[in-house]
Design a protein around this ligand. Structure first.
Ligand code: GLV
Length: 325
């Protein structure tokens, strides 16, 4: 039986699938493994089921020389050096599609929590400060009939845009690819240049993958363009925002608030971020529902097993790879 290593405990359904078809070992600790630990635990593995917290780089690949397949249990795969995998004949897969709606739900949960100050309100009540209804207490911003700006119109961006119809919002989007007029009409969205979207939106939600084009896509200049009453929501990847610049912009009142699920140096936060009252913070949990995390793990397991059998992984991200024999 082929050997596979699973870098963190994932939903049992996926482990059951792997156990039947390969010789599987799971990281026994409830934490991310250091590189040296991963090397000694997975030294003889041909397959790796890994997470976005594992850095799969050239050095690791050279040390795990028997590796043929890497199944990332995430849709984003910026944690994996794809050219290095391809060069070494290692096939890589991700988990697209199964977390789209769940992530869009979380982007909206963050948007609404920020605009209506839900986290502050919860703290206020728990702290025993709620004495009576008050006309000026915890006033937030309207969501309905406002303008939503979606940056990155892939699967998740579209799912976020679709939800805006129920709030009677105007939806602008920006993406490297402009949709056809018919697609835009069907979704009820209008294309805007980046600068115009930044200037006109009341809520901006980020849905781009992290790559060299999108690193610090939102930096000091972009934050300056935003309305002082606007909110920035990020459920994509932390480095898409220059987090230090965001802290400064929030301190200076250049935008009303931010709601973040992801951070530039995860799990660390930029100095000053956690002290701000106008930010809502989540620990990278946009896809964290029982069903979605199960679907993701099962999908990763299916990919791993296909790869180990020498078949094409259903969600292969480096089709140019020439598989190791
Ligand atoms: C989560 O961030 C993912 O990429 O699946």
């Amino acid at each position: 039986m082929k050997k596979a290593y699973v870098t963190r405990l994932v939903p049992q359904k996926a482990l059951d699938m792997l156990e039947i078809e390969c010789q599987m070992t799971v990281n026994p600790y409830d934490r991310v493994l250091q590189k040296e630990e991963l090397v000694s635990a997975a030294y003889d593995a041909e397959g790796l089921l890994c997470l976005l917290t594992d850095q799969i780089d050239a050095d690791l690949l050279d040390k795990l020389s028997r590796l043929k397949v890497v199944a990332n249990c995430a849709v984003g795969y910026d944690n994996i050096d794809i050219p290095a995998c391809t060069a070494r004949g290692v096939a890589v897969s991700n988990t697209p599609g199964v977390l789209t709606e769940t992530t869009a739900d979380m982007a909206w949960a963050l948007l609404m929590a920020a605009a209506r100050r839900v986290v502050e309100a919860d703290r206020y009540v728990r702290d025993g400060k709620f004495k009576a209804w008050a006309p000026m207490l915890l006033l937030g911003q309207e969501i309905n009939h406002r303008v939503l700006g979606v940056i990155g119109m892939g699967r998740i961006g579209k799912a976020v845009a679709r939800r805006a119809a129920g709030f009677r919002m105007t939806v602008f989007y920006h993406d490297a690819y402009k949709m056809t007029r018919e697609e835009e009409q069907a979704l009820g969205v209008e294309y805007k240049e980046m600068k115009d979207l930044l200037r006109e939106a009341d809520f901006i939600s980020l849905h781009v993958p992290l790559n060299e084009q999108t690193r610090h896509l939102i930096a000091a200049q972009e934050l300056k363009l935003m309305k002082k009453t606007a909110y920035l929501i990020n459920t994509s990847r932390g480095p898409v925002i220059d987090e230090k610049a965001l802290v400064k912009a929030l301190q200076d009142g250049e935008l009303a608030g931010a709601a973040l699920d992801v951070y530039e140096e995860e799990p660390s936060l930029a100095p000053g971020l956690a002290e701000l009252q106008n930010v809502t913070l989540a620990p990278h949990t946009a896809s964290a529902t029982v069903d979605t995390r199960t679907r993701m793990a099962v999908m990763a397991a299916e990919n791993l097993l296909a790869g180990l059998k020498g078949k094409r992984m259903p969600n292969l991200v480096n089709p140019e790879v020439k598989l190791k024999s």
